[in-house]
Ligand binder design. Structure first.
Ligand code: ADP
Ligand code: ASP
Ligand code: MG
Length: 419
């Protein structure tokens, strides 16, 4: 059995849904197909949540209508006007939006945003059934069970294992269509796994069902040695080890969700990153392999960074206790440290710019002299060469750097990239 995952870009319109059908038609074995919300629907759902929580009735109605119109247009293109496959979901969402919001933003978010995935999978399952590709639509919330950490829920692995494997064993459908990104608590309240979490869903399902492989279908030919939207000369990497792939996602390569690799590595399930535009071509295979230093340079850019430097107010060394205080503050404010640098009297970190940062800096300032630089970018070069470094830092203001045996990292003042 294989698991496939299709992201929003692959099913952004009716042509995308038809393309998905063509791709899965080529596989005869049992398939579980995980799908994200269509196109930019998750962003649109977030604006609905915002309007709902702020009691902006007019804005809410407008945004809800936009989401409806977008999906109905796809439905109409696929089936003609009469298909009512989304009516039930629209009714449920409408009912939710008419109710009074609680004060818990993250909870409300998780009750609303998942409609994106529910709508996309309903359309796709209906389309496949109507075109002779008999399939079963699965509400994954009944099987992927999580804690109640809304918007960033943690998987209850034993329960998920039990429920999902029992369900899949009991179903004789060769084709299952289900949602990425969502789960539910033991009391059946919907949760989400974090933005871009559908790759992770694919990995959870592959792990639990001991799948032969997980294939994620993207708008790129595979994993490239840089994001092609930034670096025009990016080329495809045919094969990567789990280790190398985890390093890349850790540094911020957005092509794979960082949580995806562990469940696959633990069961030695290969991850295939394929193109939904050229599905017949070989993409990237990520699996166990002894990769050495022969890889070409791989570039990862993280934009919107802030470089924060802290020194103790009383001139004492930066020692373990102060480090522990600093980590505690960042962890409390849920701020991930993308790069760290330490010296006797100074500790600096590079972090994503976010609304949460100010509160953390205020707290740090009680104990430390804090300076920070906004508008930074962090570039990581794995398997760097002199030429690769030169290409990146030429004409750039380097604010900080860190070079180890395999990895060179630069904090740069943001400015236009010209390659
Ligand atoms: P999905 O539709 O599955 O959510 P994403 O948009 O999350 O797909 O991921 C695909 C995008 O990731 C590509 O369009 C590309 O711009 C970006 N990307 C970033 N880094 C890389 C990389 N190293 N290789 C390939 N794509 C990358
Ligand atoms: N639809 C969700 C998002 O856009 C999950 C995903 O696409 O992976 O974040
Ligand atoms: Mg994505």
């Amino acid at each position: 059995m294989r698991v496939f995952k299709f992201g929003g870009a692959s099913v952004k319109d009716a042509a995308g849904v038809k393309n998905l059908a063509q791709i899965i038609k080529r596989y005869a074995d049992q398939l579980v197909v995980v799908v994200s919300a269509m196109g930019k629907t998750t962003n649109a759902m977030e604006t609905i949540v915002e309007a709902y929580m702020n009691n902006q009735a007019v804005e809410l109605a407008k945004r809800f209508n936009e989401v409806k119109v977008y999906h109905l247009q796809i439905v109409e293109e696929l089936f003609g006007q009469d298909n009512a496959c989304l009516q039930e979901l629209f009714n449920q969402l409408e009912l939710k939006l008419e109710s009074e919001p609680s004060l818990n933003y993250d909870f409300e978010y998780d009750q609303i945003v998942p409609f994106g995935e529910l709508m996309s999978t309903t359309i796709i399952s209906t389309y496949l059934n109507e075109t002779g590709m008999t399939n079963k639509w699965l509400d994954i919330r009944k099987y992927i069970r999580t804690d109640d950490c809304y918007r960033s829920a943690n998987i209850d692995w034993p329960l998920t294992q039990e429920l999902l494997s029992r369900k899949i064993k009991a179903t004789d459908a060769p084709l299952v269509i289900t949602q990425g990104f969502i789960g539910s608590t033991e009391t059946n309240l919907t949760t989400t796994l974090g933005r871009e979490g559908s790759d992770f869903t694919g990995a959870i399902i592959a792990h639990v069902l001991d799948a032969e492989s997980l294939a994620i279908w993207k708008d790129v030919p595979g994993v490239l040695n840089a994001d092609p939207r930034w670096y025009p000369r990016a080329v495809k990497i045919d094969e990567l080890s789990y280790w190398e792939a985890i390093e890349l996602t850790y540094y911020g390569a957005q092509v794979i969700h960082p949580k995806t690799l562990k469940p696959l590595q633990n069961k030695q399930i290969p991850l295939l990153v394929n193109s939904f535009i050229e599905p017949e071509k070989r993409g990237t295979v990520i699996q166990s392999s002894e990769q050495s230093g022969e890889l070409q340079p791989i570039f990862v850019l993280k934009r919107n960074q802030v470089l924060i430097s802290m020194s103790p107010k009383d001139f004492s060394f930066i020692i373990e206790e102060s480090m522990s205080d600093i980590f505690h503050i960042f962890s409390e404010h849920r701020i991930k440290l993308n790069m760290m640098q330490t010296s006797a009297l100074n500790f600096s970190v590079c972090v994503d710019d976010s609304k949460r940062l100010k509160a953390a800096i205020d707290e740090l300032q009680i104990q430390f002299d804090v300076r920070y630089n906004e508008d930074m970018e962090l570039v990581t070069i794995r398997h760097y060469t002199d030429a690769a470094i030169e290409e990146i830092i030429a004409n750039k203001e380097v604010v900080d750097s860190q070079v180890s045996r395999k990895t060179a990292r630069y904090v740069l003042k943001a400015s236009e990239w010209q390659f």
